[in-house]
Structure formats: structure tokens, C-alpha cells
Design a protein around this ligand. Structure first.
Ligand SMILES: Cc1ncc(COP(=O)(O)O)c(C=O)c1O
Length: 400
């Protein structure tokens, strides 16, 4: 690994000293030809693995036809992708954009438009430890001080409630906000799945008080949790859902889906984006969604998800400082009595990419195509990494 030289890029990321130049399936390669097992999927984005063949072929064809067209004209690939999403979800209409933050921004705008026209509070409730993006409205929606720090004044009209806390739901009835924006599994906030009873109660209150339920499925969507959309696990139907990350298999695209009664509040001129629904991006989206609809990808992924979780749970007896193994599908977290970033750095030495989710949580996001052999390889390498960390650290309580 080479030392990182001074860069002309703004210093917004603390990057690992690895230059990734190529990817295929569950693997990426650096500029020195080293091959890494990528169990980050580009942070839950390359759900079909790197450079998936069907998406690549669709993009190559589209490259010959049309790269960009303004939204002043009809774009056929937008219509096709919208119909695939609508016909396979509980939503009726779609707005396309370019990222998760933009999808949430669109949802916030739609909720405000809806509330203002109904002459009700335009406030939005979100949850502590949530993550919704880095635009001004979405970082305000994000219930983490460290993300908001330095950006005052924030956008007015956001209230934060504790996540998974039944007692505080009563406050919702009093607040009567325009909408509640939430994640089914708080990814960035520490891989914390929503409690089913809490979520059902939340949905019940929203429904009875005419509060819009907005599901941020930017990280949980597109098969990450074992269903195409995470809401399918919970038996509730949100009014609005946002997607990005996995929707384009790595090609930038975001989407905000809504039920008709809400979607109709967006009219010509109320919202837009030059690149939103770009022909290349929506072509990548179509090819991606078709993989879920036309192959047994999800069924085989569900088996591997169970396998990996069980193997991680087994590791707890060997490494008792793994306090919890949690998460849904291939959005998994190991809460450790140790420093997660140090483990992630050691994993790079073992040619394995994993992530953190806060200081004490290791986040594991394999591509949905990961095979049993790749899971075994991952577990073998993770064991080496955990043993090396144990060896390096004398501070871990309970370490052997
Ligand atoms: C749940 C959630 N919402 C929104 C975002 C923001 O997405 P983007 O980085 O594409 O703007 C993320 C990104 O990690 C996310 O995990």
C-alpha cells in the first residue's frame, strides 16, 4: 500500500490507502494487482456484484443510442423502470433523481407540499441515530449531531424521537407532523433493525392521524435485506419510499415512490432535476430490477444470508468480545468491545473489505451474489483479522 500524496480533491473523506481500479463479482483489484474480497458492495450499492454482465450489456447498448435527454421530453427507459418498480411494490408513481439524499429531499418536499395544502403542520419527525443524507434538509433530518455540526442554521421543522422507543410514540399524536421519515434498519447509525411491534404501532398512529409514513430504503432496498424492499418483512405499507444505492448497480440513480393520493401533489414545476431519470441511469435500473424479477437471485441470496449470519454468531464463542451479531439479510453488524476502525484496517491487510457503522460496530454488506465458498473465505479471513486484533490490543475486556 502506497502513502497517499497531497490531492486536489477536497478533504471530505478519510480514505483507506488503497486505489481500487477494477471490480468483478465479489472482488475488487487495486492498482498493484492485489485482489480483495469486497464485503462492502460499495456501501450497499453493488448488490449484484461489481460490473454485473446484464447491466453492462444494457448500458453498452444504450451508450450507442442516447446518453442524455432533458425531462422536457418523454424518456422511454424512465417509463419502463417506473412501471417495473410500481408493479412490484405498493406505490403508484415514481420521481427519478440521482442519489439517496436527493430522493429523501424530494420526499421531504412532497410531504411539505401535501401538508401545506392540507393546512396542517409541515414538520417532519425523524429518529435519533438515523442517516438520511448530506444535503441541508437531509442532514437536518439525520438524527446525528456529528453530521449536522458546523452547518447551522439548519432547516426548520424537524423533530427527533428515540428509535425503537414505544413510549415516545405517544408524542407523535401530540405533534401531528406532516410526516415521519425512518429506516427499517439504521445502517450508518450502527446497523439497528426496527423493532416490529414498534414499527407497526408507528404505522398505526401515522395512518390514524393522517401522518405520511416515509420509508428511507436507500440502504435497505434492492434486495439488501432479503426482500426486494425491506417493508415486505414488516407487514406495513409506507406512503412514500426512497431508493438509490442498489437501484443502478453502481450507476448513479435515486428514486422517490409514492402512493397516488400523495404523488399527485407534485405538479409540473414543483420539482425537477436535469439528470434525474437519465437514459443511461434508468437503463441500468431496468437491467438491475429485472435480475430480481427474472432470476432466483433473491432466493439464493436468502440462503447465503442465513448461512453468513449463523457463521458470524458461531464466531462469538471464539471471540467473546463480539457482543452482538445483528441486522437483516446482508446488512449485518458486529458490535464489538473494541475499535471497529482498527479491525477494518487489519481486514484490508487480509485483502478483505468491510466497513464500520459507528466506533464499535463492524458492518458487513456482501453482494447478494456471494456464494457459499466466498462466505467461507470471508469467515476464514475474518477469523485471522479478529485474532490479529486480539493480539494487537491488550485493552479488550474479555479477550483471550
Ligand atoms: C439510509 C440512507 N439514506 C440516505 C443516504 C444518502 O444517500 P446518498 O449518499 O446517495 O446521497 C444513505 C447513504 O448512506 C443512507 O444509508
Amino acid at each position: 500500500m502506497q502513502a497517499v500524496k497531497e490531492s486536489y480533491l477536497m478533504n471530505t473523506y478519510s480514505r483507506f490507502p488503497v486505489k481500487i481500479v477494477k471490480g468483478k463479482g465479489c472482488y475488487v483489484w487495486d492498482d498493484e494487482g492485489n485482489k480483495y474480497l469486497d464485503f462492502t458492495s460499495g456501501i450497499a450499492t453493488c448488490n449484484l456484484g461489481h460490473v454485473p454482465e446484464p447491466v453492462k450489456q444494457a448500458l453498452i447498448e444504450q451508450l450507442d443510442n442516447l446518453w442524455h435527454c432533458s425531462n422536457l421530453y418523454h424518456i422511454p427507459s424512465q417509463e419502463i423502470l417506473a412501471s417495473l418498480l410500481v408493479e412490484n411494490s405498493c406505490f403508484d408513481q415514481v420521481f427519478f433523481c440521482n442519489s439517496g439524499a436527493e430522493a429523501n429531499e424530494a420526499a421531504i418536499k412532497l410531504a411539505r407540499m401535501y401538508a401545506n395544502q392540507h393546512k396542517k403542520s409541515a414538520d417532519i419527525v425523524t429518529f435519533t441515530q438515523s442517516f438520511h443524507g448530506r444535503t441541508l434538509a437531509t442532514l437536518t433530518a439525520t438524527g446525528q449531531e456529528k453530521i449536522q455540526h458546523g452547518f447551522a442554521p439548519l432547516v426548520p421543522g424537524f423533530t427527533y424521537l428515540p428509535y425503537n422507543d414505544m413510549a415516545s410514540l405517544e408524542q407523535l399524536r401530540k405533534l401531528k407532523p406532516a410526516a415521519v421519515l425512518f429506516e427499517f434498519v439504521q445502517g450508518e447509525g450502527g446497523v439497528i433493525p426496527a423493532d416490529k411491534d414498534w414499527l407497526r404501532e408507528l404505522a398505526k398512529i401515522c395512518h390514524s392521524e393522517n401522518i405520511l409514513l416515509i420509508a428511507d430504503e436507500v440502504q435497505t432496498g434492492m434486495g439488501r435485506t432479503g426482500e426486494l424492499f425491506a417493508y415486505e418483512h414488516y407487514g406495513i405499507e409506507p406512503d412514500v419510499m426512497t431508493l438509490a444505492k442498489g437501484l443502478g448497480s453502481g450507476f448513479p440513480i435515486g428514486a422517490m415512490l409514492a402512493k397516488k393520493e400523495v404523488a399527485e401533489y407534485f405538479k409540473p414545476g414543483t420539482h425537477g432535476s436535469t439528470f434525474g431519470g437519465n437514459p443511461l441511469a434508468t437503463t441500468a435500473g431496468i437491467a438491475t430490477v429485472k435480475q430480481f424479477l427474472e432470476t432466483d437471485l433473491l432466493i439464493s441470496a436468502q440462503n447465503q444470508m442465513e448461512l453468513l449470519k449463523n457463521k458470524l454468531i458461531k464466531l462469538q464463542s471464539e471471540f467473546p468480545w463480539i457482543k452482538t451479531v445483528r441486522g437483516v439479510g446482508f446488512l449485518l453488524g458486529l458490535e464489538i468491545d473494541g475499535e471497529a476502525d482498527k479491525v477494518v484496517k487489519l481486514a484490508i491487510k487480509e485483502k478483505t473489505l468491510i466497513l464500520t457503522a459507528g466506533p464499535r460496530v463492524i458492518r458487513i454488506l456482501p453482494p447478494l451474489i456471494a456464494t457459499e465458498a466466498e462466505i467461507d473465505l470471508f469467515i476464514a479471513r475474518l477469523k485471522t483479522v479478529l485474532a490479529a486484533y486480539e493480539h494487537e490490543s491488550s485493552k479488550i475486556s474479555g479477550a483471550k
